[in-house]
Write a protein that binds this ligand. Sequence first.
Ligand SMILES: Nc1nc2c(ncn2[C@@H]2O[C@H](COP(=O)(O)OP(=O)(O)OP(=O)(O)O)[C@@H](O)[C@H]2O)c(=O)[nH]1
Length: 533
Amino acid sequence: MHRHIPRSLRFRFFAALGGLLICAIVALAAISSSVIFPALQAEERQAVKRELDRVERSFQLEQQQLLAQVRDWAHWDDTYQFVQGDYPRYKDVNFSQEMFDDMRYQLMAFFNNAGEVYFLAGINPTTGNYQTCETPNDECAWMEPWVNRMQSAIDGDRADQSAIYADQEPVMVGSTPILRTDKSGSPAGWLFKTRALDDEWLSFMEEYTGLPINLSLTRQAASSSDALSFSGNIVHAERYLPIYSPLTPVSLGIGIELNRTSYLTSLTTFRYVLLWTAVLMILVIAVVLLLLEKIVLKPLRLLTQFTQQLDIHETDVHKLTRRSDEIGLLSRAFQKQFTFQQQLNDELLKMSTHDALTGLPNRRLFDQQLETAFSDTSTDSDSVAVMMLDIDHFKLYNDHYGHPEGDVCLQRIADAMYSLARTRNFFIARTGGEEFCALLPHISPDKARGIGEQLLAAIDGLQIPHSTSPVKPFVTISVGIAMQKDAKSQSPSAVVSCADQALYLAKEAGRHQVAFFSPQLASGLTPEHNAPQ
Ligand SMILES: Nc1nc2c(ncn2[C@@H]2O[C@H](COP(=O)(O)OP(=O)(O)OP(=O)(O)O)[C@@H](O)[C@H]2O)c(=O)[nH]1
């Protein structure tokens, strides 16, 4: 029988491990969202910053190179003489459209030591033609805003540096005072070179850095942090570099576009790891539950059935008691306890149904057997005989030989009766002090009488001396027999009463004899002897 236990160990383990699993998954999710995903994002931002740093360094390198080229030209005796009017062929010898194209210059401006324009040469941004002028007017009017910025830099003592001018399209500028080759003496003027930060320059930078770059001008101060925006697999990053402007704050934004492959791959890998960790945890817990069920819970259920003495198969008991673990120990302890309890029960049962002195069944068992025998009687011709046997003058025996000797006498008589009962297959019990009862099912009156006489003879055969007996010099018994059909009601107690009356008749008739109950004989009895017991 399988009983439902409301809060079984299986339920508790399932709840505990299930709870543990949920906690672990929640913890994994929390760690992911609070630590790992931010770490991955920070790593991506670091990678973007490294790329922006690289682009900024390339930009600065370009500025330094331009400044170095300006200084190379400005610290040269030829240039020195040129701005002092001593070398008129200088411009024809050194300047050409090819040189400007090769060096990616847009404008070269020479100023005398009074800060006035001395000579201008450049590539017209509209026509792409090479032009030289003495002043930024007429066809060289496009140079004017730059020239003004350059002159204000000379006035502001900011003419020995690299800078970005962003009044129109942004340009990179390098400027320095014009000196002799050995840098002796005072400056003869200033030389400025500009390089347009146009599409051509951007293609050059892209080739140089390996990144798509774009530039933008923002009319606000440069911020210290980079601006990042994400769209799909692409991250757009922009860094703002400060540009000197006399009027409004302006900054130059250098933008790059990066593929997020590395970040997205890490994210996918991590999600994959998370998923498999969760699946693995579920699998481990399922296996743990299965093992628990097989190794602990099922044997425990069997043990519970075993301890409750429910219907449990012998092989299962064998399996339980053969185990070498704690369940095996418990099972063996229970088995030992059960065996001990069984023995105790058997002993108690025997004590409650048997007589301690003679070992014969007692009155209680006799009454049970009597009920059974009567209910088993199937036909009218089938009958049960009840026999009552009593030791003659046993009081005298006790008085003469003593009570202990009386006990021995009782035991010997009981043994003799039991031997005969076993061979003749009937039931015998000690129902009182020196009184015995026999129960003989499916027997005829003649055969019952025969058994009664055999019992009488068996006791005679013991030849237990009884010197004070008025009957014989040895211990004798009297026997009263009644058949089931003798009693009107044919109830077990009525038949016993009849047998008792028959015994009384045997005693009255001189003892040491077998008497049969008959209604005629019974009518001569005193009323108290006729009364059923
Ligand atoms: N030794 C011993 N004596 C017992 C035991 N049970 C009963 N007796 C004795 O049996 C005697 C029965 O005496 P009575 O009932 O007067 O019967 P009786 O002396 O046998 O006389 P009748 O039955 O008329 O022949 C009593 O003396 C009881 O003490 C027992 O277990 N051991």
